[in-house]
Design a binder for this molecule. Structure first.
Ligand SMILES: [Mg+2]
Length: 178
């Protein structure tokens, strides 16, 4: 895959994006920039991106399903997901293939109909399983080497929005449509 030019890669990503019905997202390093901020009282804070958030809400309104599979557990993630209308949240899964199998069978989807964006080594098995694999620009290089689509934006800075726009565009749609 890494021998392909950027243009060829993007062409393949667009072909694969046409079939996507479910977008699964990692949290740390994808929906966030990967920072874990700890308060003195032990609370954990994360910074999310409004452009990603708007993209997610609109994508759901337009009929795409969006889910979260994360290796960590956090109240903040559940709160952000609720705000955006994401109901499929799988927390505390370093082996992401298990929740993947569950969500796929729940909606009766094939691998070709699922996209996943991740940034870390333990995302690779799931990235290899889905129809469209994606990574933010600041993902680990081992991850960027195996995915179909590397966004221009970094995690927590619009990478998810870029993936959503690619998928909608490949399906002849856009975030601006009514
Ligand atoms: Mg991550």
């Amino acid at each position: 895959m890494h021998r392909l030019s950027t243009a060829e890669r993007k062409k393949r990503a667009i072909e694969r994006a046409q079939h996507i019905k479910l977008i699964l997202l990692d949290v740390d390093g994808v929906l966030t920039d990967g920072s874990l901020i700890y308060g003195n009282d032990g609370t954990e804070l994360k910074v999310f991106n409004v452009h990603d958030g708007f993209g997610i809400r609109r994508a759901i309104e337009l009929g795409l399903r969006i889910g979260i599979i994360t290796g960590r557990q956090s109240e903040i993630v559940r709160r952000r997901a609720a705000e955006l209308g994401i109901t499929d949240i799988y927390e505390d899964f370093l082996d992401k293939l298990k929740p993947y199998a569950e969500v796929k069978s729940m909606y009766g989807l094939k691998d070709e109909e699922v996209a996943y964006m991740g940034d870390e080594l333990f995302d690779i098995s799931l990235l290899k399983a889905v129809g469209l694999s994606a990574a933010p620009s600041n993902a680990r290089s081992e991850v960027r080497a195996v995915v179909y689509y590397v966004t221009r934006a970094a995690g927590g800075n619009g990478a998810v929005r870029e993936l959503i726009e690619l998928i909608l565009m490949s399906q002849g749609r856009s975030l601006e449509e009514a």
